[in-house]
Write a protein that binds this ligand. Structure first.
Ligand SMILES: *Cc1c(COP(=O)(O)O)cnc(C)c1O
Length: 470
């Protein structure tokens, strides 16, 4: 376990009895793995589960709120809207809502999840790049905040605002074009990114100023410049440029028309150890130094963190079905592969995951490490959770855990080979030395797989006319 790079010294992740919050999270995970076996959630006929550490999620939510409270002027309205795409599970959204966290949604499905979780419209922000007229009309009717992605979408908002008044706070998403991070597919602020109004393009800045001048109801400005792989300094530059544009617009209009800045999410996550780094406190402090005017109380704030709130609180746990050897390399064939770790399997260089080995009783495995492959159940050669990884020798019936998978992993099922979506369970200490579980999502049944795969339309294609036959 690595604890050395926790450099923040903050009370929220401080040391208790010589253990950091990160140590405690790792210990809770080990206890939950054992309890998963003892309580029968994992077994020969349910060989894979997703686990969520509810205590850890609560702690991260509290750390996020405390980090921004520490740098904002008293009384500043701050909405932390969890990016639903990171973990689109209704009970997770409800838990976050109860800890004071709202929801950022980017599709009709995500909005439906947020509403099912009980998120009120004033705690919800809609941001997708491809909103239909119906979606926009419904969002405005509900009073949900909307950030327009482009001039054509703004035209649609114009028409809707003419036809009916709305309580929705409305804004425009800009792309400050500050550059890419280490993962191209996740870099939202490149010159040619598909998101928002590209601010450095010719005429774009002037267009944005005019857009606000002509629409007194445009009161927000939005940018989301980071994600995994983007350095904090670059994220801070994106926020600084967005703030400067808001200042310029308000100055040109002669009043504080933009009253809220949405700085997006994107805090990167450490996938190499149990250490939480960077922390929300570090990022909030960096922003307050780089863009002090944003925190002096003149602007309300919206944030949209996703991965950093959930990633470290999720674990995929799967049984080793078989072990074998190929070309001299040991291979453990498990039930966790591309269906739950799609990015890792297809882009292992960008998305390596830590793997922990447990024995059949759910106790951490020890013993001299051996270089081995950890394979998934799907029928293609590249379905590897980890390649050439040094781990204690895995045996049939052991368990492997893919760590830090609470965001963009088991909640993002990929239906290759019609593999079933695993059950997802939240856990917390039960107060008497054990672990309590709650079902977040049932394992997908075979009937559900058939129904999703056109089961109700079995003869649909054979009843179409056949050319040349009558
Ligand atoms: C994906 C996304 C987020 C969340 O990003 P994370 O890297 O998960 O924090 C926030 N805002 C918008 C607009 C997004 O597209």
């Amino acid at each position: 376990m690595v604890t050395g790079n926790d450099t923040t010294g903050d009370a929220v992740d401080g040391v208790k009895d010589g253990r950091t919050g990160d140590d405690e999270r790792a210990a809770r995970r080990d206890e939950a793995v054992r309890a998963t076996v003892e309580q029968g959630l994992l077994g020969p006929d349910s060989p894979i589960v997703g686990l969520l550490d509810v205590t850890g999620i609560r702690e991260s939510a509290a750390e996020l709120r405390a980090a921004f409270d520490a740098v904002t002027a008293p009384g500043t309205p701050v909405l932390h809207a969890f990016a639903v795409k990171a973990t689109p599970l209704v009970p997770v959204l409800r838990l976050l809502h109860e800890t004071g966290i709202g929801a950022e949604v980017a599709s009709p499905g995500e909005l439906a999840l947020a509403r099912a979780a009980g998120l009120p419209p004033d705690r919800t922000v809609l941001d997708s790049p491809a909103k239909t007229p119906t979606e926009l009309r419904q969002a405005l009717a509900l009073g949900i905040a909307v950030n327009a992605d482009n001039p054509q979408e703004l035209d649609r908002l114009d028409a809707l605002m003419r036809s009916a008044p709305s309580r929705s706070p409305l804004g425009i998403r800009v792309n400050p074009q500050v550059g890419a991070g280490a993962i191209e597919a996740l870099s939202t602020a490149t010159t040619t990114s598909k998101f928002g109004v590209a601010l450095r393009d010719e005429g774009a800045r002037e267009w944005a100023v005019r857009a606000y001048l002509e629409r007194p109801w445009l009161t927000r400005l939005h940018a989301h410049t980071g994600s995994q792989g983007v350095p904090l300094s670059l994220m801070a530059r994106g926020v600084a440029e967005t703030y400067e544009l808001a200042e310029e617009i308000n100055h040109r209009i002669g009043r504080r028309q933009i009253d809220t800045i949405d700085i997006g999410g994107g805090l990167p996550v450490n996938f190499t150890s149990d250490a939480t780094t960077p922390t929300y406190a570090q990022y909030a402090r960096l922003l307050s130094e780089a863009v002090p005017g944003l925190f002096d109380g003149r602007y309300g704030l919206v944030t949209e963190f996703g991965r950093s709130l959930l990633a470290k609180h999720g674990t995929v746990l799967a049984r080793v079905e078989y072990t074998k050897s190929a070309g001299g390399r040991p291979v453990a064939v498990t039930h966790a592969g591309v269906q739950v770790a799609t990015r890792t399997v297809y882009a292992p260089g960008a998305w390596p995951l830590r793997i922990a080995a447990y024995n059949a009783k759910g106790r951490p495995k020890t013993g001299a490490e051996v270089v081995q492959d950890v394979a998934g159940p799907a029928c293609f050669a590249g379905d590897l959770l980890a390649e050439a990884r040094a781990l204690p020798p895995l045996e049939q019936g052991d368990l492997v855990a893919a760590l830090d998978t609470g965001a963009y992993y088991f909640a993002h099922h990929y239906a290759y080979n019609s593999l079933a979506r695993p059950g997802v369970y939240g856990f917390a200490p039960d107060g008497s030395g054990g672990v309590a579980f709650a079902t977040v999502r049932e394992p997908q049944s075979l009937d559900a797989i058939v129904a999703e795969s056109g089961g109700a339309h079995a003869s649909a294609l054979t009843t179409l006319p056949v050319p040349g036959h009558r």
